[in-house]
Design a protein around this ligand. Sequence first.
Ligand SMILES: CC(C)(COP(=O)(O)OP(=O)(O)OC[C@H]1O[C@@H](n2cnc3c(N)ncnc32)[C@H](O)[C@@H]1OP(=O)(O)O)[C@@H](O)C(=O)NCCC(=O)NCCS
Length: 374
Amino acid sequence: MTAPSRGLADVVAASTAISDIDGLAGRLSYRGYDIHDLGGQVSFEETVYLLQRGNLPTRSELDGLTEQLASARDLTPLVATFLPGIAGRAAPMEALRSLLSLVGHDDPDKDDNGAGANARKAVRLVGVMPTLISCYEAARTGRDVPAPDPQLGVAGNFLLQITGRTPAPEAVAAFDECLVLHADHTMNASTFAARVCAATLSDMHSAVVAAVATLKGPLHGGANEAVMRTLESIDGVDAVPGAVRDILGSGQKIMGFGHRVYRTEDPRATHLRRLSESMGRLAGDTRWYEMSVAMEQAVMAEKGLYPNVDFFAASVYRSLGIPTDLFTPVFAVSRMAGWTAHVMEQHADNRLIRPDSDYIGERDRRVVPIDQRG
Ligand SMILES: CC(C)(COP(=O)(O)OP(=O)(O)OC[C@H]1O[C@@H](n2cnc3c(N)ncnc32)[C@H](O)[C@@H]1OP(=O)(O)O)[C@@H](O)C(=O)NCCC(=O)NCCS
């Protein structure tokens, strides 16, 4: 038995036609399209279609998907019953994990893993995600959720419903680009969790609950919230280099930096840096962008590490008026597109995912009766 790769680094765990990363060149593509080509050119809805169905949609295909997403928006009966209680006591990612599980109970295709049922569930899951989060936010803050605006797509309506304000067109475009940039990323931890679950022939809702539970951790999706809290704890741009040295000196990691696969700039960070600046200007406060740039320089100087997707996303979301503890749920709204595509791909050509382990414990021990144990 060969020694395991710690954290399965460099292990190829699945074949996929959904997304691809070249970690040395800093390239990411969805279904063969470079993220630099997609970002700012296609909408989140087009990206959902691309990831779930394999091609960019025609105008009429996009219209069909937009309609299906809109009709999946409403809370299902069980979710509507339990959401207020959950919002009263659970943190956002805990709530999302529970609510998604409830969404599964009400789905008419819940026990069917066939291609048609999976395709329908995949769209419904993407459609309901923004509602789960905006209704959670409304319930915990005691306000009503604004009615969706038919002129706005997923990004615009989500911003409207989280913040309670009609978003500026530039904000909608920026947020839409954020959703595109986060939609899939090969065999990241949450996608892997979803595929492991799906490979037992469990259903799509169970698989995405596993994914949300995995995204929650601060080494994965939870990093974007941790980035904002780090920035907030620092007293202005000039204090950034000292704060970076202090964090590193105390043996902690700086959230939003480093990556298992990229050895150069994460291509998503390139776009998010630009959006951080433009959204800071739109909000009339570029402080978070300036501090982020100072932190990027300090971390590069001290550790030679590049920012990952979570780093500049934090200041973009802050400038868009999104509460910090909803940053990871926002990531989940986008990544639902990728998770569902991966579950469909797994079910379409399935084999149980069951790796081996390297036993390092004691061997050949003898059981001593309980009264004789010292
Ligand atoms: C993303 C991440 C989990 C990848 O982890 P990994 O591939 O297992 O890499 P490791 O944690 O083993 O890190 C390798 C080395 O770089 C250092 N390092 C990695 N990321 C670091 C960070 N953000 N801050 C400081 N040091 C870091 C580690 O301390 C380690 O140093 P050592 O070899 O001297 O012990 C890791 O970079 C990290 O924890 N980043 C912060 C959390 C984050 O932003 N997550 C979002 C990812 S998109």
